[in-house]
Design a protein around this ligand. Structure first.
Ligand SMILES: C[S@@+](CC[C@H](N)C(=O)[O-])C[C@H]1O[C@@H](n2cnc3c(N)ncnc32)[C@H](O)[C@@H]1O
Length: 241
């Protein structure tokens, strides 16, 4: 059962930590550069999950406060000397203090973004979309999921152009001047890793039962006609100078 009702608990958190592609050095370096971050700066990573962004970012700054409402996600985060992992949500932001920058990786669609942009005590934001959902990338992956679940796969998870436009408008409304930029790379998944990445996007209630997972994996292999999948990832960032 999900402790928060969000769907990132239990096995899903474990799949997220193990199989979800993180942010490679060129992406993290570009975020650091765009935000002008130095070793004197304190950063809030909101919706930090298992630490995909907070962990590499912590090497560039003095301190990261990494906040997420799902304790199971935080349980998989690495222990690091200058990262504090804390249970909380966007609703807690007014009580978290002042930050040189607030970063949100692949999580803003869970939040009240207008309130966040108004209430956060910071001068800089980076809103990061980590590529697009796998089912929007390849018709075979989409077909496997749609046949498995018996319904269309439509979720954009805040990565589509409409969502980015709404986020940019809300940042402007709150007095920021956002700039959108991208970094592209690719990530090679084995079929096991691809299935794991898809499981990390499900909820504990929809995750195939353990004995069904080999079949799900075989369906993916057959549909793609391959033992691997190269995910083209364009990381899109809205940042404020
Ligand atoms: C897709 S994960 C992103 C994790 C990580 N930031 C990344 O870039 O891979 C989304 C995270 O947002 C968290 N989340 C959901 N609702 C939230 C809220 N209201 N405030 C903060 N985080 C939230 C979830 O628990 C989950 O860990």
């Amino acid at each position: 059962m999900s402790t928060t009702g969000l769907g990132f608990s239990g096995e899903v958190a474990a799949y997220y930590a193990r199989f979800r592609p993180g942010y490679p050095p060129p992406v993290v370096d570009a975020v650091v550069r765009e935000l002008g971050l130095t070793r004197e700066h304190r950063v809030l990573d909101l919706g930090c999950g298992t630490g995909q962004l907070a962990a590499p970012l912590s090497r560039h700054v003095e301190h990261v406060l990494a906040v997420d409402p799902e304790p199971d996600m935080l349980a998989h985060a690495p222990k690091l000397p200058n990262v504090e992992w804390r249970v909380g949500s966007d609703a807690d932001v007014p009580r978290l203090g002042r930050f040189d920058a607030v970063v949100v990786g692949q999580a803003l669609h869970w939040m009240d973004h207008e309130r966040l942009f108004r209430e956060a005590d910071t001068r800089k934001f980076a809103i990061i979309a980590n590529g697009t959902p796998l089912w929007h990338q390849h018709p075979a992956i989409r077909r496997v999921l749609e046949e498995w679940f018996g319904k269309p796969m439509t979720a954009g998870c805040g990565t589509d152009a409409d969502a980015r436009r709404r986020y940019a408008d809300a940042l402007r409304e709150a007095g920021y001047e956002p700039r959108e930029w991208t970094v592209s790379h690719s990530h090679v998944h084995t079929i096991e890793e691809l299935a794991g990445s898809l499981f990390s996007a499900m909820s504990p209630d929809t995750l195939p039962k353990p004995h069904e997972r080999p079949l799900f994996q075989e369906n993916l292999r057959a549909a793609l006609g391959s033992d691997s999948y190269v995910e083209p990832i364009t990381v899109t960032v809205l940042s404020t100078p």
